[in-house]
Every structure is written in C-alpha cells, then in structure tokens.
Design a protein around this ligand. Structure first.
Ligand code: AMP
Length: 217
C-alpha cells in the first residue's frame, strides 16, 4: 500500500500514521521528521532547511524531494510506504508523480484529514514532543504518562517545537492554505482522495481511517 496523508498541520496525521504504518508493516515517512533529524545532526540538508522550518515556511522543493527519493528507494519501502507531510504543494505532487512513474510504482490513496482551523490552533498550541523517544503528546488531549519509550525508565523529556510558537503556527496555517490546500482538489480530480473527519478523537479518527481504506479492524 502506498499512501499519502494530507491535511493541515496539527490535525493528527503523525499520530495516525504511526499506528497505521505499524499495522500495515510499511514505513512511516514524515518529511518533517526527516528534516528535524537532519537539523539535529547538523547535516548540510539540515542547515539548508533550518531558517525555513523555524519560520514555518516550506523548505525548498528540491531539498525535500531528495530526502523523499532516498527514503522510498530503500529496501524497506519496496512493499509500500506512508508519506506524511509530502507533497505539500502542486510542484511536489508533480515531482512525486514523476518519481513514481520512474520507479514503476503508483499511489494507492491520498487520505485527507479534514479539520477546522480553530481546532487545529488548539491542538498545535498544546503539542509537546519528547527529546528522547521523539513521541508527540498534547498537554490536554494526550498527556505523557508513564515511562519514556526510549527505555530510560524515566518520564518523557518534553519540549515545544520551535515551529509551534504562536507566530510560526499562524504562518504555517497561512502556508497550508496557500500551498497545500489546492492538493485536495488535485487528488480529488484524480479519484485518489478519501476524506476522514480529523476533528474527532484519536480513537474515532483511527476507526474512520481504517474504514476509509477498507481495512477490517
Ligand atoms: P511537519 O512536521 O510536517 O509539520 O513539518 C515541519 C516543517 O518541516 C514544515 O513547517 C516545513 O518547514 C518543513 N517541511 C516538512 N515537509 C515539507 C515539505 N514536503 N516541503 C517543504 N517543507 C517541508
């Protein structure tokens, strides 16, 4: 199964992608996570991406395409993958289409997680991530309880992503509206789109997602 998850920042794509990719035994490929990893390691790609990410802007298309191409060419991606956060504009959608044609692969489904902007703002403002295991939590809806899954036996070491500051959030939403939202119609026209109500609880979204993909629980 080759899937793309589409929807505004903070809608819960990452949370749903983690569960589904594990159920389907396909890699969860988050371009945001790949870029953050590059940034943490101080690689040339990370340095190139830094200022764009901190401002909530899109990193240049060529930089992100390189990461995606490398990742979906690895052996563990041969049976499928779940792309979370890519493509994010029409240029990236065309690049992905071209890449898949070259690789003689095709996209099975694009899942669009629909959610109001007010709800997205509430979710992003309370989002926290763990420095050690990388898991994402929410101070209100999904608090970190118990020990960190990195195995230290301690609680998670939470922080707020620098692109989750109020100014960066507003900018990311503006970028989403302008650049990414047109992809909904693009994929609808290609009959690849399935729509899931992303404003419901994590469990309810998970059930709708599996139903939309024809997966039996
Ligand atoms: P995310 O974790 O998906 O919210 O991504 C965090 C940040 O990484 C975004 O605000 C962008 O700066 C950058 N980013 C992630 N995916 C892409 C992409 N497909 N194209 C350009 N920039 C991206």
């Amino acid at each position: 199964m080759r899937l793309v998850f589409l929807g505004p920042p903070g809608v819960g794509k990452g949370t749903q992608a983690a569960g589904l990719s594990s159920d389907l035994s396909i890699p969860h490929i988050s371009t945001g996570a790949l870029l953050r990893e590059a940034l943490d390691k101080g690689t040339p790609t990370g340095l190139e991406a830094k200022s764009f990410m901190e401002a909530g802007e899109l990193v240049p298309d060529t930089v992100v395409l390189r990461l995606v191409q490398e990742r979906i060419s690895r052996p563990d991606s041969s049976a499928g993958w779940l792309l979370d956060g890519y493509p994010r504009n029409l240029v990236q959608a065309a690049a992905l289409c071209e890449l898949l044609t070259e690789m003689q692969q095709s996209l099975d489904r694009v899942v669009y997680f629909e959610c109001s902007e007010a709800e997205v703002l509430r979710r992003l403002g309370g989002r926290r991530a763990c420095r050690n295991c990388g898991e994402t939590f929410h101070i209100e809806f999904a608090p970190a309880t118990g020990a960190c899954s990195a195995g230290s036996g301690e609680a998670c070491d939470l922080y707020q992503r620098s692109d989750d500051s109020e100014q960066a959030i507003l900018n990311r939403l503006e970028v989403y509206r302008r650049e990414t939202d047109p992809l909904v119609d693009h994929y609808r026209e290609q009959s690849a789109l399935v729509v899931v109500d992303g404003s419901a609880s994590i469990e309810a979204v998970s059930v709708s997602l599996r139903k939309a993909l024809g997966q039996t629980p």
